[in-house]
Design a protein around this ligand. Sequence first.
Ligand code: B12
Length: 218
Amino acid sequence: MTDNFVRNSHKEFLNSLISGNRLTSSKLANNILNQRVSIKELYENIIKKALYDIGVLWEFNKISVATEHLASAIVEAILNELYLKVISEEKINKTVITACVENEFHQIGIKMVSDVFEMNGWNVHFLGANTPAKELIDFIKITKPDVLALSLSIYFNLPVLENMIQMIRKEFPVLPILVGGQAFRHGSQNVLLKYDNVIYKSDLNSTDLFIKTLNQNG
Ligand code: B12
């Protein structure tokens, strides 16, 4: 699809989120998909961009907290609505647990990441926001995932993530831990280098490539 179409769709989608219109936003998302835009592209170049714009408008007091809350609630509803388009018919025998670290309430990014795993045939356990480390460890013991994916948006929660990684490593020394989120936007992913098998990915395209490599390597 042309860049122009995607740019215009992003503006339209942003406006419908700001006006708090769930029905228009949902119809727009479905119309965009009908124009042969992939779900990954809809997520990355239209919905994510619109939410980043909402964040800037909110930061500069151009929109209220209520408008921002409504926008993110509409987006969550749309992601749930698209679920049937996301699930892959061909399941592979791999499982991922996806979650936000403790004190982290931004769960839309990790929900999108969960959907990319789904589209690649994985079984996904999406735990969502604010997942306590101990609960997560107990759940890993039960479900024995192939990958754990953790999201962190708030930079000052970085020590919480590190603490979680250290607790998980004690119990699961080799479990691959995929990490991402806006806390790393300005280069702070270097703190992850000291941990073995902790992999940082910044967006859905690089995450998709990572998953496809895992799928190929069996
Ligand atoms: C909606 C929103 C909220 C909602 C979240 C609701 C929800 N259901 O998720 C609520 C109201 C809870 C919220 C609260 C707060 N928020 Co807020 N929020 C936002 C907003 C507007 C959108 C977030 C979003 O969904 N973005 C879209 C998603 C798709 O993008 P993403 O998370 O970056 O995810 C992508 C990648 O990062 C990556 N990714 C993400 N996770 C993972 C994980 C893995 C494993 C991988 C591989 C990849 C990956 O893939 C995604 C697709 O590319 C942003 C603005 C912004 N720039 O995003 C602010 C923003 C994130 N919030 C911010 C702040 C400051 C707060 C509060 C502290 C405000 C306050 N004073 O209370 C609280 C903190 C709450 C907490 N403890 O978590 C700041 C964060 C600054 C920072 N980085 O430290 C931002 C950037 C706003 C701003 N401009 O200042 N917020």
